[in-house]
Ligand binder design. Structure first.
Ligand code: NAD
Length: 371
């Protein structure tokens, strides 16, 4: 890809289902912001997921991978759908595209903001007195270690004919330190409060986790207000009073569960963004990252111009923040989404039976609120 000075360079992988619709709107928002703030971006479109299988016989075509390697970040839609559901598990779009991308770029830090604006508090399954002020919690999950990857991972028949299955949870100091650095940076951009979640009363990996977190935070940023919580308590506290948390950091499996719990209490997948940051630095010296909405391809509403584009737009804001160091511009987008909701614009997933508008119209309303 051709690069110009001061030009942001990222690869756009719209994917399947609602992916292309919401990615298109997010790029319109970025273009409108770039025109207002005098920056440029260069992007190129590449097939991934089901469309990759259809056009290149691969969910992650080599040309897509090469374009990602030449970029500073990836703006990702979502992949999969009924058309490809009958393929072998290792050929399924999600597994054959997202997992290799995570491996290729060592995307070890998954950031999932759980945001519920007060105006939308009615869409949360939590009681109204708990969420009347909205929710604003960031979950930082370690993504490449722990029980999903530890060896041995096997199943065998024992002499007594019983079947034994084994998963192994492992963590090394350096894996813990690097996710803590991401969490500390994220916390310092917010209130400075960080809660580390583990199971240090039972698990050896958690005892190490707690020790490394305490020592490393004290070393890299003593101003961070650090607390520790057991995972079973954290799961309860999230539904009892989510706003007691600001930034949560935790290992892979605990983060998988807690970030989904956070998504549910925030009401709609259409509002939730995510960032997966890699071990490598991009050409700007910042983390390479993959930015995608928390939801999937929503085949039930694809092609109808009703999908909520906010999650994709907010993912683009995270890309500006983490891979391009553009905090002010990221906040401008986040604030425009907030103002648009405050002004009463709703897509159908958050309309609570009231008046709703389409994907494109919602995108335009957000552009109009860019300030
Ligand atoms: P889904 O997230 O696509 O949909 C679940 C529900 O949420 C649906 O009712 C859908 O309409 C709604 N929804 C999701 N995003 C929305 C949005 N932006 N606006 C309004 N409503 C929205 O989950 P699913 O139905 O379990 O999966 C559908 C396909 O997506 C599957 O093929 C699955 O494998 C794939 N998927 C991909 C990813 C990914 O690419 N990262 C993640 C999850 C699921």
């Amino acid at each position: 890809m051709l690069r110009f000075m001061n030009t942001l360079c990222f690869a756009t992988l719209p994917g399947d289902g609602i992916g292309p619709e919401v990615v298109d709107v997010s790029l319109r928002v970025l273009k409108a912001l770039a025109d207002k703030r005098n920056f440029n971006f260069e992007t190129s479109y590449h097939d991934v997921g089901g469309i990759g299988i259809d056009n290149h016989e691969s969910a992650l075509p080599e040309s897509t991978l090469i374009a990602c390697r030449q970029s500073d970040a990836i703006l990702f839609g979502s992949v999969g759908g009924p058309k490809w559901e009958n393929l072998a598990p290792d050929k399924q779009p999600e597994r054959a595209a997202l997992l290799p991308l995570r491996r290729e770029f060592e995307l070890f830090a998954n950031l999932r903001p759980g945001t519920l604006y007060p105006e939308l508090s009615g869409i949360s399954p939590l009681r109204s007195d708990i969420v009347k002020r909205g929710i604003d919690v960031l979950c930082v999950r370690e993504l490449t270690g722990g029980i999903y990857f530890g060896k041995p991972k096997t199943r065998k028949i024992l002499a007594n004919k019983e079947t034994l299955a084994i998963d192994t949870m492992t963590y090394q100091t350096k894996e813990i330190e690097r996710i803590i650095e991401v969490a500390v940076q994220a916390a310092s951009l917010r209130s400075g409060r960080l809660c580390s979640v583990d199971k240090a009363n039972v698990l050896e990996t958690s005892i190490l986790w707690r020790q490394v977190v305490s020592e490393h935070v004290a070393r890299i940023d003593p101003s961070i207000e650090l607390s520790h919580m057991y995972v079973d308590n954290a799961a309860m506290q999230l539904v009892r009073d989510p706003n007691q948390f600001d930034v949560i950091v935790t290992e892979n499996m605990f983060g998988d569960i807690l970030s989904d719990e956070l998504a549910v209490i925030c009401g709609s997948l259409g509002m939730l963004a995510s960032a997966s940051l890699g071990a490598d630095r991009n050409s700007m010296g910042l983390p390479f990252g993959l930015y995608e909405p928390a939801g999937g391809t929503a085949p039930d509403i694809a092609g109808k111009d009703v999908a909520n584009p906010c999650a994709q737009i907010l993912s683009a804001a995270l890309m500006l923040r983490y891979s391009f160091g553009m905090e002010e511009e990221a906040e401008t987008i986040e604030s425009a989404v907030k103002q648009t909701i405050r002004a009463g614009f709703r897509t159908i997933d958050v309309a609570q039976g009231g008046k709703s508008i389409g994907t494109q119209e919602m995108g335009q309303a957000i552009i109009d609120h860019l300030g």
